[in-house]
Design a protein around this ligand. Structure first.
Ligand SMILES: Cc1ncc(C[n+]2csc(CCOP(=O)(O)OP(=O)(O)O)c2C)c(N)n1
Length: 283
């Protein structure tokens, strides 16, 4: 796969300066550097500005319901284990309506790479407070300041048994490409939360803000194989780490499905099932 193979006739409709551009670039570079075949890749998108990527990235794609891309991706993987299945989602998508799916994906260790465009705001709906906005955030949905403390996706994923937990930054595509490649190569649920600036609606978490508040784990002696240390890093909300927090290898969900049942998922012939008959029991 070459970069140009991923192009569609559509041009991005993101605002100038949006961090989505950096993540898009990193996704395309990761796919081409891994030399995957186009027909091997399925990207399932959430609803939000991030989801527009569906229109200008030529792989198999599915844009479904806000908050629900993760279970769709899990179904795709169970139906065809040979596919590389990626979710591109937002922080609103994943950590509000989709939070249950996020935790279920982590605990099931489904072989899916989750890339969250974490701009700490609802972008598409024009700037409401999101689950990762800081406490006290003033926005049109919380005009007197948000009351809840933010969701900490890194800590949740590490604590819930995540087998690959990482964080990137849209303005550091070099690191992000490596994280996405590692996530795709990881056999299991790879969480990659990506700090992303929203140039239009988030005037707090700008590119400069993220630069001032983040450091790269690769620049330290950190080894991502200790869950307690990973949790400690995840809970530090002053100095925000980027890089791989934690990785281990345990069976992915589709590897753990008993063989005959797994085969049945793929080969099951449903043509003789009479749906009206099964519906009758509910009427
Ligand atoms: C079930 C459902 N609930 C709410 C919405 C309205 N809605 C669309 S996008 C969105 C939030 C988008 O924010 P985020 O997921 O962070 O993505 P971003 O636009 O910032 O990339 C919401 C609440 C919807 N379309 N469907």
């Amino acid at each position: 796969m070459k970069q140009e193979d991923l192009a569609t006739p559509n041009k991005p409709n993101w605002c100038p300066g949006c961090g989505d551009f950096g993540i898009w670039l990193a996704v395309k570079m990761a796919l081409t550097q891994l030399d995957l075949k186009q027909e091997e890749v399925v990207i399932v998108y959430g609803i939000g500005c991030h989801g527009h990527m569906c229109n200008f990235t030529k792989t198999y794609g599915f844009e479904g319901l806000h908050g629900r891309p993760i279970p769709v991706a899990e179904g795709v993987k169970l139906a065809n284990k040979d596919l590389k299945v990626i979710v591109v989602a937002g922080d609103g998508d994943t950590y509000a309506e989709g939070l249950n799916h996020f935790l279920m994906g982590v605990r099931g260790n489904h072989d899916v790479t989750l890339i969250v465009h974490d701009n700490r705001i609802y972008g598409l709906t024009t700037g409401q407070t999101s689950p990762t906005s800081e406490k006290g955030r003033v926005s049109k949905s919380t005009p007197t300041g948000s009351i809840e403390v933010p969701v900490n996706p890194m800590a949740l994923a590490v604590a819930q048994g995540g087998s690959f937990v990482a964080r990137g930054f849209s303005a550091d595509p070099k690191q992000l490409v490596e994280l996405i490649k590692a996530g795709i190569n990881h056999r299991g649920f790879a969480v990659i939360d990506v700090f992303q600036n929203c140039a239009t609606f988030n005037k707090v978490n700008t590119v400069e803000w993220f630069k001032e508040h983040t450091y790269r784990l690769e620049d330290t002696k950190y080894v991502p194989n200790d869950r307690m240390k990973a949790l400690q890093i995840a809970l530090d909300e002053e100095k925000l780490a980027t890089g791989i927090f934690y990785q281990d290898s345990r069976e992915a969900y589709d590897q753990d499905v008993p063989a005959e049942k797994g085969d049945a998922l793929v080969d099951h012939d449903i043509s003789d099932i009479d749906i009206t008959e099964s519906m009758e029991q509910f009427t």
